[in-house]
Design a protein. Structure first.
Length: 253
């Protein structure tokens, strides 16, 4: 069984590792290539785009892929849409691994916004000290609000630096701890965090730290994703895959 995993998340890496231990599977993990130094992967890796839904469908047919697994980031809406369309076009088995979104609990001070532009507007005109936990390609809207003091955390360095008079940077790749994030926020004297609702445990520490410190969180809501067969955990995907293998004896798997 030939499997293509659309990755870029910790869950994709874990899933690839778990499946690599099984016989009868040929795996390929696809990365978009946005991260300059991606984490090591346990299987063969393809880097770069496919050329939209049509290009992905062509790749699936050419490579005789049997199963497509969308394990991209919850905010990779275009890639998820392309994956769903390509799966329909080729008729192959398809599942999306979508980790549940974080939910506010007692003590959280969230403001939900639609996108980063609205997040910046929500900061207001008075100077604030803002911890920004977004991808480096999502930072352009902050140039319209130079009065604030920013601490930007990203996997890759922000090069060139943002055209802002009060911006500093810290590099890091999750998982992080609540204790370390509390210390980081205290040292910066942050009063607000801007974050996407990524879900999972690897980066939830900043949300827990904000709650402990009584900080505001401006949360960018998730985009709309295609309605497809979904799974919330790696274990769910493996169970789904086992069902696919059991129901396809003619493939010799």
């Amino acid at each position: 069984m030939r499997i293509l995993i659309l990755g870029g998340t910790a869950e994709a890496r874990t899933l690839a590792g778990r499946l690599s231990e099984r016989r009868g599977l040929k795996l390929m993990l696809s990365l978009a290539g946005r991260t300059r130094r991606p984490a090591p992967q346990p299987v063969a890796v393809r880097t770069g785009g496919f050329g939209g839904a049509e290009g992905l469908a062509t790749y699936l047919s050419t490579e005789r892929i049997d199963v497509l697994i969308d394990a991209t980031h919850p905010y990779a809406a275009q890639m998820s849409a392309n994956a769903a369309a390509a799966a329909v076009a080729t008729g192959i088995a398809f599942v999306a691994l979508r980790r549940p979104a974080w939910q506010p609990v007692t003590g959280d001070r969230w403001t939900i916004v639609t996108d980063v532009y609205e997040a910046v507007r929500t900061l207001g005109s008075a100077p604030r000290r803002v911890f920004v936990a977004l991808g480096r390609k999502e930072l352009a809207p902050f140039s319209s609000a130079p009065q604030h003091f920013y601490l930007v955390r990203s996997v890759d360095p922000i090069e060139p630096p943002l055209p802002l008079p009060h911006a500093s940077y810290v590099a890091g790749r999750g998982p992080f701890t609540e204790a370390s994030d509390r210390e980081l926020l205290r040292e910066f004297s942050a009063d607000v965090i801007i974050s996407k609702n990524s879900g999972g445990q690897a980066t939830y520490s900043k949300i827990a730290a904000a709650r402990a410190l009584g900080l505001d969180v401006i949360m960018v809501r998730r985009p709309e994703l295609p309605e497809v067969v979904g799974a919330e955990t790696v274990e769910d995907v493996i169970a789904w895959l086992d069902h696919q293998r059991a129901s396809s004896p003619d493939r010799g798997v």
